[in-house]
Design a protein around this ligand. Structure first.
Ligand SMILES: *[C@@H]1O[C@H](CO)[C@@H](O)[C@H](O)[C@H]1NC(C)=O
Ligand SMILES: *[C@@H]1O[C@H](CO)[C@@H](O)[C@H](O)[C@H]1NC(C)=O
Ligand SMILES: *[C@@H]1O[C@H](CO)[C@@H](O)[C@H](O)[C@H]1NC(C)=O
Ligand SMILES: *[C@@H]1O[C@H](CO)[C@@H](O)[C@H](O)[C@H]1NC(C)=O
Ligand SMILES: *[C@@H]1O[C@H](CO)[C@@H](O)[C@H](O)[C@H]1NC(C)=O
Length: 810
C-alpha cells in the first residue's frame, strides 16, 4: 500500500503542500490545500474527479459537489484522525470495500446524492466511531444483507433511502439499536416487512418521506409508522400531497401509539384530507401539532369534522400556510373550533390579514399567540381585538413581529385590555413615531420594537419594562428613566455616546453595537450600577490612549462589566493611521499616550540638568568669579575716571587717610576696641595719631559699595587687612583685598599690610583666593600676639609699617 507519507508525517501544512504537489506529478492525483487552522479542509465545488490528496492531519474533509466517481482503496489511507468526511453530491458509483478502512476516527460520513446502486457492508465494518451516516438519494433499491450497519454501535443519526428504495426487510437495520434521529426517504417503497424498523429504541425523531405508500398502499405506510411510533418520539411526515380521506389513515397508527409530537412538512391537503386528518387525531393525546409548508387546496368546508375533539392539543404551530382559493375559504372556512384548546398558537408567515373577532373570542386558553410575518394592520387588528369585549384574557405573549402596523397609540390602546400580557413583540413593523403617552397593561415586562423607524423615544414606554429591544431604529438619545429594566438593546441606531446609567439602576445587559459611539470609559460604565455584560462593537471608535488602555483591560476581563461580543468587533475608526485596526492590537506611541508623563519626565530631566550645572558652577565658584570679574571691570573703569579727575586737580595730591582698614564684620570688635583707639588716639606719647578709613564710619552713604571701597583704597596710603577665618568667609573683604591688590599693582607700591588676628597659614586659605595666597607669601605680615607682652611690639611694628618705615616683624 502506497502511503502519501508526506501528508501523514509532516506537521507543517505548507511544507506538506509543497511535497504533495511533487507527488501529484508522480501519479496524476490532484491535491487540495484549502485547510484552515482548525484543520477543516474545504474541497467542495472544485471539479475533482478523484479524491484529491489532502494532509493526513485533516480533521474534516468536505468533498461535496465534485465529480468524483470512485473511491479507491488507497484514496483515504493515512487519514486516521479524520472525523468528518462529506462526499455528498458527487457521481460516486464505486467505493472499494476497504476504502474507509483507515478512518478509525470517523464520526460523520455523508454519501448522499450519489450514484451508489448497491451498498456494501464492508465499507463500514471498521468505522466503530461513526455517529452520523447519510445515505439518502442513491439509486439502491434495497439496503442488502447482511446488514450494512452491523457494528456501528455508536450510530445516533441515520438517513437512508431515496426514490429508488423499494424494499425494506427485517434485519436490514440489524445493529442499529438506538437513534436520536432517523430519516427515511421511501416515496417509492413497495415492500415493507413489518418490524423492519421496529428494533430501534429509544428513538428521538423520525422523519419520513413516504408519499407513495400514503397514496397507493395505506397498509404499508401504516406498518412503517407503527414501527417507529413511541410516545416520546417526534414524528415528522414530509412531502405529502394528499387528497383522499383514507390516505390519512396511517397517521392513526401513530396517534394510537400515543405519539405526542407530530409535524407535517411540505404537505398539501384537500378539504377531504383535512377532515381525514381531524378524524384520525380525534380524541388522541396529540400535544403538539406543527405544520410547516401547508397548502390547503379546498374551500374550508370541514363540517363533518367540527365535532372532533382536540382538547389535548397544547400547541398548534403553523408556518407558511397557503390557501389556494383564499376568497372562498375566507367565506366558508371556519377553523375556529380547532383553536379553543391551545395555550400556544402560532400562525406565522401565512398572509393573514384578518381574523374575525368571533374566532379570536374562541381562543379561550391561548397564552402565547404568534402572528408574526403576516399582513395585519392597525385597522384589522382593531377588528380582531374587538373593542367592546375582552378576548384573550389569558394572553401573556403576543408576537406581531413583521406585520404592517404603524400606530403605537392604537396598539397600546388595544393591548391595554390584555391584563396578563407580559411579552409584546412588535418588531419589524412601520412605527416611526412614539406618542407622548400610551396605556399599556401594567404587567408588560418585555417589549420588542426593533427594526422600526423610531427617531425618538418618549414616556410612552412603560416603566414596568424589564427587557426593551430597540435595535435597528434611528434613535440617537435615550433620556427616559426605566427603573426595572434589566436588558436594553440599542444596536443599529445612531448613538454617539452611551446613555446615562443613572436611568437604569437595574440594567444587567446592554447591547449597543453598530452605532456611532466614539468612545466610552470607566466612568460611563460606573454609572451603571448592575451592568454585567456589554456589547458595543462595530462602532466608530476614536482610539485615544485612554480608550485603548481602558478597552484592553475590559477585554482582558478586568472590571465588573464583561464585553461579550468578541474583541474583533472593536475597531479603530480614527486617527487615520489606526483606521481598521482592532483596538485590542493597535500600538500607540508613548509620546502620544503618556503625554503628561513624557512632559514631566523631560521637564524633570531638564531641571535636573540645570540643577546639576548650577551645582557644578557653584562648586567651581563660577558665580564668584563672574561677580568678581564684573565688579573688577566696573571698579577699574570708575578708578580711571577718578584718576583722570585727580590728574586735573593735582592740588589734591595729598591723601586724606593713612590707612584703609579692611576687616570682616565679625572682627569689628577687635578693630573698634583695639586697633582704632591704639592708632587714632595713641596713649604713648611721641606717637602721632593716624587717620584710619573704616567702611562703617567713612563710607559715603548712597554710593555703590564698590565705588566706596575703591575710593577708600585710593584715598588711603596703605590698606590694612585684618585676616582671620571670618575674613576669608566674607565676600566683601575679599573684594577689598582684590581691589587693593590691583590698586597696589597699579600703584606699584608696597601698600598692603596684613594682620593675622589668629594663626592662619597660607594653606588654610581656599585655593581660589590666589591673590591673598600670593600676598601672604610675598608680603610680610604682623601677627596679633595672644599674650600681652607681645602687644606693645605689635603696635609699634604696625605703626611703623603704616608710616612707611622699614621695620620688619618676625
Ligand atoms: C462533472 O462532469 C460532467 C461531465 O463529465 C460535466 O458535465 C459536469 O459539469 C461536471 N460537474 C462539475 C461540478 O464539474
Ligand atoms: C418506483 O418503482 C417502480 C417499480 O416499482 C419503478 O418502475 C420506478 O422507476 C420507481 N421510481 C423511481 C423514481 O425510482
Ligand atoms: C414537497 O413535496 C413534493 C412532493 O409532494 C416534492 O416534489 C417537493 O420537492 C417537496 N418540496 C420540498 C421543498 O421539499
Ligand atoms: C416573534 O417572532 C419573531 C419572528 O418569528 C421571532 O424572531 C421572535 O423571537 C418572536 N418573539 C417572541 C417573543 O417569541
Ligand atoms: C426582537 O425582534 C427581533 C426581530 O423579530 C428578533 O430578532 C430579536 O431576537 C427580538 N429581541 C429579543 C430580545 O428577543
Amino acid at each position: 500500500m502506497r502511503q502519501p507519507s508526506c501528508c501523514t508525517f509532516l506537521p507543517l501544512l505548507l511544507l506538506s503542500a509543497t511535497l504533495c504537489r511533487r507527488l501529484d506529478a508522480d501519479d496524476g492525483r490532484s491535491s487540495c490545500r484549502r485547510c484552515d487552522l482548525q484543520l477543516f479542509c474545504n474541497c467542495s465545488h472544485s471539479r475533482f474527479i478523484h479524491v484529491p490528496l489532502v494532509t493526513g492531519h485533516a480533521l474534516a474533509l468536505d468533498l461535496s459537489s465534485n465529480n468524483i466517481t470512485v473511491v479507491t482503496d488507497d484514496d483515504l489511507t493515512g487519514h486516521r484522525v479524520l472525523r468528518v468526511l462529506d462526499l455528498h453530491g458527487n457521481r460516486l458509483s464505486t467505493i472499494h470495500p476497504s476504502a474507509f478502512d483507515s478512518l478509525w476516527s470517523l464520526e460523520e460520513l455523508d454519501l448522499s446524492d450519489n450514484q451508489l446502486a448497491a451498498l456494501s457492508h464492508n465499507w463500514f465494518r471498521k468505522l466503530a466511531a461513526l455517529q452520523r451516516l447519510n445515505l439518502l438519494n442513491n439509486p439502491y433499491r434495497y439496503l442488502g444483507s447482511p446488514s450494512v450497519f452491523y457494528g456501528l454501535i455508536r450510530l445516533r443519526r441515520l438517513a437512508f433511502g431515496g426514490p429508488a428504495l423499494e424494499e425494506l426487510r427485517r434485519g436490514d437495520l440489524c445493529g442499529v439499536t438506538q437513534l436520536e434521529e432517523l430519516t427515511v426517504h421511501a416515496s417509492n417503497l413497495s415492500s415493507y416487512e413489518s418490524g423492519a424498523l421496529a428494533d430501534i429504541w429509544p428513538l428521538g425523531r423520525v422523519t419520513l418521506s413516504i408519499q407513495g405508500p400514503f397514496i397507493t398502499n395505506v397498509t404499508l405506510a401504516s406498518a412503517v409508522l407503527a414501527d417507529v411510533s413511541y410516545p416520546e418520539t417526534s414524528i415528522i411526515l414530509k412531502d405529502l400531497h394528499l387528497i383522499r380521506k383514507q390516505s390519512l389513515l396511517p397517521i392513526k397508527e401513530s396517534t394510537r401509539r400515543r405519539v405526542r409530537y407530530l409535524s407535517l412538512q411540505n404537505i398539501s391537503l384537500s378539504d377531504e384530507a383535512v377532515i381525514g386528518f381531524l378524524m384520525v387525531t380525534d380524541g388522541m393525546p396529540l400535544t403538539i401539532l406543527s405544520v410547516e409548508g401547508l397548502t390547503l387546496t379546498g374551500e374550508g368546508r370541514l363540517e363533518p369534522a367540527t365535532r372532533t375533539d382536540h382538547s389535548s392539543m397544547d400547541e398548534f404551530f403553523v408556518r407558511k400556510l397557503v390557501v389556494i382559493d383564499m376568497f372562498k375559504f375566507a367565506m366558508t372556512g371556519n377553523l375556529g373550533f380547532l383553536l379553543q384548546y391551545q395555550r400556544k398558537l402560532s400562525l406565522i408567515d401565512s398572509q393573514l390579514f384578518l381574523m374575525s373577532c368571533q374566532t379570536m373570542q374562541l381562543m379561550m386558553s391561548v397564552q402565547y399567540l404568534d402572528l408574526s410575518d403576516n399582513l395585519l394592520t392597525d385597522l384589522t387588528l382593531g377588528y380582531m381585538l374587538c373593542d367592546e369585549d375582552e378576548p384573550l384574557k389569558d394572553l401573556r405573549v403576543l408576537n406581531m413581529s413583521g406585520n404592517i402596523l404603524k400606530s403605537l397609540s392604537t396598539l397600546s390602546r388595544l393591548v391595554a385590555r390584555l391584563t396578563k400580557l407580559t411579552h409584546l413583540d412588535i418588531s419589524r413593523n412601520g412605527y416611526s413615531f412614539m406618542p407622548s403617552s400610551c396605556s399599556w397593561p401594567s404587567t408588560l415586562r418585555f417589549l420588542n420594537i426593533s427594526r422600526a423607524k423610531l427617531t425618538t423615544i418618549s414616556p410612552c414606554l412603560p416603566t414596568s419594562l424589564e427587557v426593551l429591544d430597540l435595535n435597528n431604529n434611528d434613535l440617537s438619545a435615550f433620556t427616559l428613566p426605566l427603573p426595572a429594566l434589566r436588558e436594553l438593546y440599542l444596536s443599529g441606531n445612531k448613538f454617539l455616546r452611551l446613555p446615562s446609567g443613572q436611568l437604569f439602576p437595574n440594567l444587567q445587559t446592554l447591547t449597543i453595537q453598530s452605532n456611532t459611539l466614539n468612545t466610552f470609559g470607566r466612568s460611563d460604565l460606573m454609572s451603571y450600577r448592575r451592568l454585567q455584560t456589554l456589547q458595543a462593537g462595530q462602532n466608530k471608535f476614536i482610539c485615544s490612549c485612554d480608550f485603548v488602555a481602558f478597552l484592553r483591560s475590559q477585554l482582558k476581563g478586568d472590571g465588573d462589566v464583561k464585553l461579550t461580543d468578541g474583541e474583533d468587533g472593536y475597531v479603530c475608526d480614527s486617527p487615520l493611521y489606526l483606521q481598521g485596526g482592532p483596538v485590542g492590537r493597535v500600538r500607540l506611541s508613548v509620546v502620544v499616550c503618556q503625554r503628561v508623563l513624557f512632559v514631566s519626565v523631560s521637564c524633570g530631566l531638564a531641571l535636573f540638568v540645570w540643577i546639576l550645572i548650577c551645582v557644578l558652577l557653584w562648586k567651581l565658584h563660577t558665580f564668584w568669579y563672574l561677580k568678581m570679574t564684573w565688579a573688577w571691570l566696573k571698579a577699574k573703569r570708575s578708578s580711571k575716571v577718578r584718576q583722570r579727575r585727580k590728574a586735573k586737580e593735582s592740588s589734591e595730591a595729598l591723601l586724606p587717610f593713612d590707612a584703609f582698614v579692611s576687616y570682616s564684620e565679625r572682627d569689628a570688635g577687635w578693630v573698634e576696641n583695639f586697633l582704632v583707639p591704639e592708632l587714632e588716639e595713641p596713649r604713648e606719647t611721641g606717637s602721632q595719631p593716624l587717620t584710619l578709613c573704616l567702611h562703617k564710619r567713612d563710607f559715603l552713604p548712597g554710593q555703590w559699595i564698590m565705588d566706596n571701597i575703591m575710593s577708600a583704597i585710593e584715598r588711603s596710603r596703605r590698606t590694612v587687612f585684618v585676616l582671620s577665618e571670618n575674613f576669608v568667609q566674607s565676600d566683601w573683604c575679599r573684594y577689598e583685598l582684590d581691589f587693593s591688590h590691583f590698586w597696589l599693582f597699579d600703584a606699584g607700591g608696597d601698600a598692603a599690610i596684613l594682620i593675622l588676628l589668629e594663626p592662619l597659614s597660607k594653606d588654610d586659605v581656599p585655593k581660589r583666593f590666589c591673590k591673598l595666597r600670593k600676598l601672604m607669601s610675598s608680603t610680610t605680615y604682623l601677627e596679633w600676639p595672644q599674650e600681652d607682652e607681645g602687644k606693645e611690639e605689635f603696635w609699634r611694628s604696625l605703626r611703623n609699617a603704616l608710616k612707611g618705615e622699614d621695620e620688619e616683624d618676625d
